[in-house]
Design a protein around this ligand. Structure first.
Ligand code: SF4
Length: 193
């Protein structure tokens, strides 16, 4: 685990609504950009479910945990078992820089078991995007290889307003809970917390 501060349960349902609204905006932005480029993610091994990503916000951790609550106990046990299994493998992969593909513990027969509660990168990965820095400089990032092969990067997704809203919710959530640790967690580690 990469943080030490205990998590405080967040009881106020207003947080769920705020995060849900933000994630809906992300899904819409992704959909607009992907359809403008004629891109559809077909779940190749370059997609988020086989990639090593870290998640850094309390709001994503909290929301994923909300989603896990609705899984049947047997399914949750299976997910926890897989998370325990892949965590050391992911650490090894990160340390060695290997390109080994390790499936996310929430992926089940090609489906995400926490689809509605998945974190930000699972919603935005794949399509080309831009990010406007506070100094006004615009950073451009390519999409995944399949997206780039489509050769039709018609409408890169502008992550700027989504990140700004996410940062505002994160600040408020941390203020309310007093949680101040930096987070750097894989999905597997989020499941096990
Ligand atoms: S949380 Fe879901 S969408 Fe994200 S990597 Fe895991 S299985 Fe894929």
């Amino acid at each position: 685990m990469r943080h030490a501060q205990p998590l405080i349960p967040i009881k106020d349902p207003a947080w769920v609504k705020k995060i849900q609204a933000l994630f809906e905006k992300m899904d819409q932005a992704y959909e607009t950009s992907a359809s403008a480029s004629g891109f559809t993610c077909r779940g190749c091994t370059d997609n988020c479910c086989y990639s090593l990503f870290y998640h850094h916000t309390l709001l994503e951790l909290f929301y994923l945990k909300e989603g896990l609550k609705s899984l049947p106990q047997e399914t949750l046990n299976k997910v926890i078992f897989r998370a325990q299994e892949v965590t050391p493998q992911l650490h090894k992969k990160a340390d060695s820089g290997s390109s080994e593909k390790i499936p996310c513990p929430l992926m089940d027969e090609g489906r995400c078991l926490a689809y509605t509660h998945r974190p930000m990168v699972c919603r935005l990965h794949g399509v080309a995007h831009i990010l406007e820095r506070p100094d006004g400089k615009v950073m451009e990032s390519p999409g995944c290889p399949v997206y780039e092969e489509s050769g039709k990067a018609a409408l890169p997704l502008n992550r700027t307003p989504l990140y700004q809203e996410m940062a505002a919710i994160e600040r408020a959530l941390r203020q309310e809970t007093g949680f101040s640790d930096r987070l750097k967690l894989t999905i597997a580690e989020m499941i096990l917390l």
